[in-house]
Design a protein around this ligand. Structure first.
Ligand code: ADP
Length: 387
């Protein structure tokens, strides 16, 4: 029938499993047409031997047997048969079609396998590189912290006149150096936090927080910078703001990043507003930081919370930073059980909305966790020694 099927196949016939396997070892075949019951075994024995062989050329296997035995079909397909045909349906035309289709199916399956292996290898490589980046973040930030703390301490000592008198110009220059150290320390800490967040090692130290006080404190920090930049920084806090449960330092970090960005991306003469009000359901607080800055294009707005993402059409002066601030904000807000989103119009400004629930899902965080967090957050204790 195969010869008459018109597929132009070179056919070899063997009557028992042993002979068939021996032949398959000797030369590659495109397709094996197999009776389920053979004199020395079952089709599934041959199938399992064939499928377990580490060979590049695996033939398609079509199993055949009498009508009415569906369990054989199931067994054959489970064992790796490419197709099944009932003996009663065997005609040259049908057999030609089944064999041709099975060979095609086999080739497609092999291509798919090859694709899958390539994807798996690429995925493994990406995971390895990601792990390397995380450990690089961790090492770099850890290694930078110690000398940075020392530079800051010594510079402060000189600026404060502890090591001898300094004139006002020298003091001003040294104060600039101190604030540059502080900025660098924040960046190093951001890198350190990003590495800890991705390995799930950043936990919260929760307590009841008065957000209006936290906003006041943060805005005090930013006011001199806003004044220098000619930007009006204002606040609007609802009178009845519920207390929320959260990590004060971490939420301050979120607010710091949002206000810092708002100032960075707003031109002189613009306005930045920080507001806070209760959520409509009364079960939390909505914090908003809006600016009249450059804004963000719609297609970029979703990506700004990704690690290391920076909008590439912002000028290089505006792009100073590392692209981890908003990533950290999102992770910290989500650890609190809240959410963060942005609404923006290119050229007109942006508004970041942070919604925080009254109770953090981490309310049960233990003293041990809190202590571990606090000690991990603390900068290395470098005692400046006299030169
Ligand atoms: P960066 O250190 O670059 O500021 P962020 O993660 O804080 O990193 O922000 C990611 C990017 O999102 C920024 O580089 C900027 O392109 C965009 N962005 C963030 N905040 C604003 C904003 N208020 N106005 C316009 N673009 C913003």
């Amino acid at each position: 029938m195969l010869e008459a099927s018109g597929i132009g196949a070179r056919v070899q016939v063997r009557h028992c499993l042993g002979e068939a396997l021996a032949l398959l070892k000797e030369e590659p075949f495109d397709c094996v047409l197999l009776d389920f019951h053979l004199s020395d075994g079952l089709a599934i024995d041959l199938l399992s031997r064939l499928r377990s062989q580490p060979t590049d050329v695996v033939p398609a296997v079509v199993v055949t047997s009498g009508y009415g035995d569906e369990s054989l079909v199931v067994q054959s397909m489970h064992a790796g048969a490419t197709d099944y045909i009932a003996k009663e349906r065997l005609t040259p035309g049908a057999i030609g079609r089944v064999v041709r289709n099975s060979i095609e199916k086999m080739h497609l399956a092999q291509e798919l396998d090859a694709h899958r292996s390539r994807l798996e290898a690429a995925n493994e490589e990406l995971t390895r590189q990601n792990r390397e980046i995380q450990s690089f973040y961790h090492t770099v930030s850890h290694e930078l912290k110690t000398p940075l703390t020392a530079i800051r301490e010594f510079t402060s000592l000189v600026a404060d006149g502890v090591l001898g008198p300094v004139c006002s110009e020298q003091q001003e220059a040294l104060q600039t150096a101190v604030s540059c150290c502080d900025q660098l320390t924040r960046m190093v800490n951001d890198l350190f936090d990003a590495a800890r967040l991705e390995t799930g090692k950043l936990s919260l130290h929760c307590s009841q927080i008065d957000l209006s006080a936290l906003i006041e404190t943060e805005l005090k920090v930013h006011r001199p910078k806003a004044t220098d930049l000619g930007i009006t920084l204002t606040q609007k806090i609802a009178s009845k703001l519920p207390q929320i449960e959260g990590d004060k330092n971490r939420l301050a970090q979120v607010l710091f990043n949002l206000v810092d960005n708002a100032l960075k991306f707003t031109r002189p003469g613009g306005r930045v507003l920080v507001s806070a009000k209760p959520l409509l359901n009364g079960e939390g607080v909505c914090l908003e930081v809006s600016d009249e800055g450059v804004g963000i294009a719609q297609d970029k707005a979703d990506r700004i919370f990704d690690r290391l993402y920076q909008v590439d059409d912002h000028s290089s002066t505006l792009r100073s930073g590392m692209g981890v601030g908003l990533f950290l904000c999102k992770q910290i807000v989500e650890l609190h059980g809240g959410s963060i989103r942005v609404q923006s119009t290119e050229g007109a400004g942006s508004c970041f909305f942070v919604e925080l629930p009254r109770q953090s899902p981490h309310r049960s965080c233990s003293c041990a966790t809190a202590a571990a967090t606090a000690s991990a957050q603390a900068a290395p204790n470098v005692q400046p020694s006299m030169p």
